[in-house]
Design a protein around this ligand. Structure first.
Ligand SMILES: Cc1cc2nc3c(=O)[nH]c(=O)nc-3n(C[C@H](O)[C@H](O)[C@H](O)COP(=O)(O)O)c2cc1C
Length: 486
């Protein structure tokens, strides 16, 4: 173990983020919870409350005071607004409005924020080398009752690279502690950019270099955990969000960047021959992912960590879960952006419902301009990069329907569709092994339905009028009859 001088807080320090969130009154403290299920259960109870705080767990049973775990980081408009540098006082509606157009702006500006290499960081205060590594020295939670083990990677930021171009990718993938803490598996779903990088390294060199940060400003959880377009580094995208170049250390064993603001990070090589049985794990679909199966594990070169390091936890589960609010807000903004930037007109709003984990059930509202417009929007939504993975239903509604309001959406589906002609089913689309509907051993396809719940274009003028009073008239009646209606 080496001992280095502690520096000032670097950019994307989780401590700076926590201090601000505490000032906003959005941080709760829990002392004495057990890492084995109790911590996860407290977090789960918290997500189900109306305005959940972020929770900072300390004095975790069996671990020294100061080794902490944070959950619920992005679960409110104020915390997500702060994380995305959109403002500290936003409510749900203002956050959605502020997010409009931002993902494509961040993507366009990312290249202006190349990472900034630094030589030192508080993270280097403690270093453990390969044979001495023991990940169980950290209070890694077992989050859900049927999980196959302790998952250290939930809010993590995993850096991989393209072996040909060297382009760097940051992604968030679940990581299970294996072999009594000597290693961990990384479970990136095929098709994800990180998984593609790893597969190419395996083909070329039989192993793949990675670095992983386990505690950082949650902006890295958002960028790593969201479908940032291919070819854009999530570290640069995060730079565009915060308006500064992200400082990084260069990993000595892999040459890959490690965010200098990290609390706790490792570097090493993923090796297929070290594969360990992984899972099950309680997932964002609301179900445990299927049975245990072998997943490549790390040959860990080094672990670096700050004194009293803080892990960023983000356990999924039946929604609402740790990051379902974030996923809905980000996905909705990205899908809308993608549709608008494809040149489509009349797009009013998109909403990727939290009940569908921000992926399975997407609604788009549209001012129809021509015959076929609604169907075009529906199909593009279902296959655009922002929604393609694990989508199941896309519903397109007219612009008098609020796509965030499920009652209005169900009303439109119930009264403006002829199922025989308004539901298209597309087979063999991009599914996942996480899908509870996928039969054991079947390839990870799903099918999806796009539902055109807009009034038929050719009948727009003559379609029965909605039986609700004129809003101006209603307002005047409400004024006149205020006492009777109170
Ligand atoms: C907390 C959290 C956990 C996630 N776990 C996984 C996972 O285990 N495997 C996976 O492939 N994607 C997982 N995702 C989704 C990916 O992070 C997301 O699809 C991301 O865009 C992948 O990046 P990439 O396409 O650059 O590889 C998770 C996301 C979050 C926020």
């Amino acid at each position: 173990m080496t001992d280095r001088g502690v520096e000032a807080e670097p950019l994307l320090s989780l401590r700076t983020w926590i201090d601000r969130v505490a000032e906003l009154g959005e941080l709760g403290h829990v002392a004495g919870a057990h890492w084995d299920l109790e911590l996860g259960a407290i977090a789960e109870l918290s997500y189900r409350r109306p305005r959940p705080k972020a929770l900072l767990f300390d004095e975790i049973a069996g671990y020294p005071r100061g080794m902490r775990v944070l959950t619920g980081s992005t679960g409110s408009a104020r915390r997500l607004g702060h994380t995305l540098r959109l403002g500290d006082e936003l409510d749900d509606e203002a956050l959605v409005a502020a997010l409009r157009g931002k993902p494509s702006q961040w993507a366009a500006r990312a290249a202006d924020f190349p990472v900034l290499e630094v030589a030192d960081a508080p993270l280097l205060r403690n270093t453990v080398e390969g044979p001495d590594v023991d990940l169980t020295a950290f209070p890694v939670p077992r989050w859900h009752g049927l999980d196959g083990g302790r998952f250290i990677g939930t809010g993590c930021f995993v850096v991989t690279s393209d072996p040909e171009s060297g382009a760097v990718n940051g992604g968030c993938y679940r990581m299970q502690v294996q072999n009594d803490g000597r290693t961990a598996t990384i479970n990136a779903v095929p098709g994800k950019h990180g998984a593609q990088n790893i597969a190419r390294w395996f083909e070329r060199e039989g192993r793949a270099p990675v670095t992983v940060s386990f505690g950082h400003d949650p902006v890295l959880l958002v960028t790593g955990g969201t479908e940032v377009p291919a070819g854009i580094s999530e570290l640069e995208y995060a730079g565009a969000i915060v308006g500064e170049r992200v400082p990084v250390l260069r990993g000595q064993a892999t040459g890959l960047p490690i965010p200098a603001g990290s609390e706790f990070a490792l570097e090493g090589w993923l090796r297929p021959e070290l594969a360990c049985d992984e899972g099950p794990f309680g997932e964002w679909t609301g179900y445990y992912s299927a049975s245990r199966r072998p997943v490549p594990a790390l040959e860990i070169s080094r672990v670096h960590f700050r004194d009293d390091c803080i892990q960023l936890g983000a356990p999924p589960g039946k929604p609402p879960h740790d990051y379902s609010y974030m996923r809905t807000a980000m996905k909705s903004a990205m899908i809308q952006d993608e549709l608008v930037s494809s040149g489509l007109q009349g797009i009013k709003a998109a909403w990727a419902h939290e009940a569908g984990g921000g992926r399975l059930f997407v609604v788009v509202s549209l001012a129809q301009r021509y015959a076929g417009h609604a169907r075009q929007v529906a199909h593009l939504t279902a296959h655009g990069p922002a929604a393609a993975y694990m989508n199941r239903y896309v519903v397109v509604v007219d612009d008098d329907i609020d796509p965030t309001n499920l009652d209005e959406v169900v009303w439109a589906m119930s009264t403006r569709t002829d199922p025989a002609q308004d539901i298209d089913v597309i087979a063999r689309t991009w599914g996942s092994k996480l899908d509870p509907m996928l039969a054991e051993g079947a390839p990870p396809h799903n099918s999806r339905a796009v539902i055109d719940a807009c009034r038929p274009f050719e009948r727009l003028a003559g379609f029965p009028k909605v039986s609700q009073s004129d809003p101006t008239y209603l307002r005047s009646v409400a004024d006149k009859w205020r006492d009777a209606l109170s």
